[in-house]
Write a protein that binds this ligand. Structure first.
Ligand code: IMP
Ligand code: MG
Length: 369
């Protein structure tokens, strides 16, 4: 995925596919024109890349030139007559092939026809790499089309979004689903995950999905997945990954308009991490970062024992149980640290200090994503 100005674009047409489409156009045009020496005219700026690749492939002698259409200064409407820049050559009696990067509404094509009507050309042929049939509003014949595309905004291979993107060798499509920030929040017991998740979800307008809460909710409300999960728990067995994954996916689907998620307690292993990638990919999104609160064991033990005094939680009052929970955490999550590190998505954040300082450290990391 790429970002141009304020918008996000996803890969849409590969350089190979473009090359195949250009090759096909070249062959069709060369077959039709035989030994006629055509004048290929590219419409700037968008067509520069197409024209370059096109004429390199063209098997016979040809001429190449460019023209540019520019709106008269101060005139706003897109329907306005445009001024022509660059046509200095006598085209009388010549076969002219217009090479366009894209034909959308056909307004530009209308101008092209208006201009070439007075040039006394032998024939005017229109060739476009991309064509949006749903957007085209004119009757002019388009003789050669590289590829039909849906009525969505694209960039790359000459096409721009407000000046950017023309240089890209492949074509990207505007993402219609909004950009999400998805965090996998990690930290050993006592690291302060819950506290920080609450701040982060407010600040970044994210939905906090805690696996523990999701399990409890599904079991309490006796959803199909909840009952299934309970049947394993009651037997003392581990809930299979797929059940957990399905519950998480349902939770993501429930929040279709979310600006992103904080995943807490999920994923727990590589299978789940890969499943999460797929779930987010289907929403044109991804995990942006695994953010891990790093706190030394001794500090954790002290914090949890302190908490145990007031919370009455049994597992917070026995030091050996606490130490074991911390050990289990590191054993379980080492693999995920590797998984996200390999993608440069692991960010360790110092989790010692007062709550506001830790929040600020987390925000510094997240703001850079
Ligand atoms: P028309 O609507 O056929 O006249 O197309 C006008 C111009 O709009 C094209 O030459 C492009 O410069 C631009 N355009 C149309 N669709 C797209 C797109 O999807 N991406 C980038 N530019 C586009
Ligand atoms: Mg154009």
């Amino acid at each position: 995925m790429i970002k141009l100005h304020d918008k996000y674009f996803k890969p849409y047409i590969s350089a190979e596919e473009i090359d195949d489409a250009v090759t096909k156009m070249v062959q069709d045009i060369a077959d039709d024109l035989g030994d006629e020496v055509p004048v290929f005219i590219g419409i700037l700026n968008g067509s520069f890349m197409l024209v370059s690749d096109f004429v390199k492939k063209y098997p016979k002698p040809c001429e190449v030139t460019f023209i540019k259409l520019a709106s008269y200064e101060g005139v706003k409407s897109t329907e306005d007559i445009q001024r022509l820049i660059g046509l200095t050559q006598d085209l009388t009696g010549r076969t002219v092939v217009i090479l366009e990067d894209i034909i959308d509404t056909g307004n530009t094509l209308h101008e092209v026809h208006r201009i070439f009507n007075n040039e006394g050309v032998k024939q005017l042929l229109i060739a476009t790499l991309f064509y949006k049939p749903e957007a085209y509003k004119k009757d002019f014949k388009i003789h050669y089309i590289g590829k039909d595309i849906p009525n969505k905004f694209i960039v790359g291979y000459g096409l721009d979004y407000d000046g950017l993107g023309r240089d890209l060798p492949q074509v990207y499509q505007l993402k219609t689903t909004q950009h999400m920030t998805n965090l996998v929040l990690f930290g050993p017991p006592g690291a302060g995950k819950g506290t920080q998740a609450n701040f982060l979800k407010e600040k970044y307008n994210l939905v906090h999905i805690s696996t523990g809460d999701v399990f409890r909710y599904n079991i309490k409300n006796e959803t199909a997945l909840g009952n299934l999960a309970k049947s394993y728990i009651d037997k003392g067995a581990l809930v299979p990954d797929q059940v957990t994954i399905d519950m998480l996916e349902a939770e993501v689907e429930k929040n279709a308009d979310a600006k992103g998620f904080i995943f807490d307690g999920f994923p727990r292993n590589e299978t789940q991490a890969e499943a999460l990638d797929k779930i987010l990919e289907s929403k044109d999104s991804k995990v942006n970062a695994m953010v891990a609160l790093e706190v030394e064991d001794e500090v954790l033990v002290k914090r949890l024992l302190e908490r145990g005094k007031t919370s009455g939680r049994k597992d917070d009052s026995d030091e050996s149980i606490i130490r074991n929970r911390i050990k289990v955490y590191y054993n379980e999550t080492a693999i995920l640290k590797d998984y996200y590190s390999a993608q440069d998505k692991y960010f360790g954040v110092d989790g010692v200090g007062n709550i506001e300082d830790i929040t600020e450290r987390l925000c510094n990391t997240i703001d850079k994503l």
